[in-house]
Design a protein around this ligand. Structure first.
Ligand code: PMV
Length: 313
């Protein structure tokens, strides 16, 4: 009956958001510094309480956004013959929610790890991915699985829906600046908007999706061969495709402009878009710092700095 914990981290999609839903490859990296942890503590009564920064109370009385988590926890409790157990589920997260950093996937991964640990059950990586899909499906409708795969990965991954994610080496000497617009991203809405565009303008949508897929291969080769400027170009070109798909946001476009004016080699939105975060590439720490300062001055909610060297992951 000792409490059990599980943890996970944020993720950043370098290239391939949205096109990954249509079976194009994508590259994503874990952000181990931006963590989330979940602890399960048994109670003497039969109340199942959720304790988080957004909501604290009986878990089934919570807001609609908790539906995915509740479904996931319900299914796991049934699996472990513990549907009537009373417990506190405490979620401690440093990830901003709905900003394209994979907070729902990180929560799912941490919950699954905590519950399997509490009930002393072995958990394979395959099972973790399958289980996390329970809540992701409710939240996003048609998740590619990239968020969950990256929230549970130790290294950057090459991801294609329906296949096992592969670790890819990074031999790049650059810095990634991540900036949160402070505007809630709308992954579900953005995914639906792309699906809609495929109906109304299949040629445009298909060109953008395939273009993003090709850029993922270019990015892979740039990462492996320390070609920073090429990766910067991939960022810029993918942002054009993402704009065509209609998933950017005026504020993101503005932030991308600021990053470029301050020396970024390339910049794009990351994650679902329509708000959320931007990423850009800087050749050295001094430029990265200059970009962060300029973005902070323009009013972004938060920035992070991630070196892109393979040893760092
Ligand atoms: O907004 P996020 O962090 O959930 O990223 C979504 C990535 C998409 O490609 C837009 C959707 C998906 O399921 O892959």
């Amino acid at each position: 009956n000792t409490p059990a914990s599980g943890s996970s981290h944020a993720k950043i999609i370098l290239i391939g958001e949205h096109s990954v839903v249509y079976h194009q490859p994508a590259i994503a990296l874990p952000l181990p510094a931006v963590r989330e942890s979940v602890t399960l503590t048994l109670r003497s009564d039969n109340v199942q309480q959720l304790i988080s920064r957004y909501y604290t109370g009986a878990r089934h009385d919570g807001p609609q956004q908790l539906q995915g988590i509740n479904q996931l926890v319900d299914e796991l409790l049934v699996r472990f013959n513990a549907a009537d157990a009373g417990f506190d589920l405490t979620i401690n997260s440093h990830l901003p929610a709905e900003r394209g950093m994979g907070s729902s996937a990180a929560t799912a991964v941490a919950i699954i790890r905590a519950l399997y640990r509490f009930f002393d059950q072995p958990l394979s990586h395959e099972q973790l991915l399958v289980d996390a899909n329970i809540s992701e499906k409710i939240i996003h409708g048609n998740p590619s699985g990239i968020d969950v795969a990256t929230a549970s990965a130790e290294n950057p991954i090459w991801f294609m829906a329906g296949t096992q994610p592969v670790s890819i080496p990074f031999h790049l000497h650059g810095y990634l600046v991540i900036a949160d617009s402070g505007i809630h991203g709308q992954t579900g809405k953005a995914v639906r908007a792309v699906a809609q565009l495929r109906e109304t303008d299949p040629f445009l949508a298909d060109q953008a999706i395939k273009g993003l897929g090709r850029l993922a291969y270019t990015a892979k080769s740039a990462l492996a061969n320390d070609r920073l400027a090429d990766l910067g170009k991939v960022f810029d070109q993918s942002q054009v495709f993402l704009q065509r798909l209609g998933v950017s946001h005026v504020r993101l476009d503005e932030m991308i402009g600021i990053a470029k004016q301050n020396g970024a080699l390339g910049a794009k939105l990351t994650g679902g878009g329509m708000g959320g975060c931007m990423i850009c590439l800087a050749a050295n720490e001094a430029t990265a710092t200059q970009i962060r300062l300029a973005l902070a001055k323009s009013g972004v909610a938060q920035t992070w700095l991630q070196p892109l060297k393979s040893e760092e992951h």
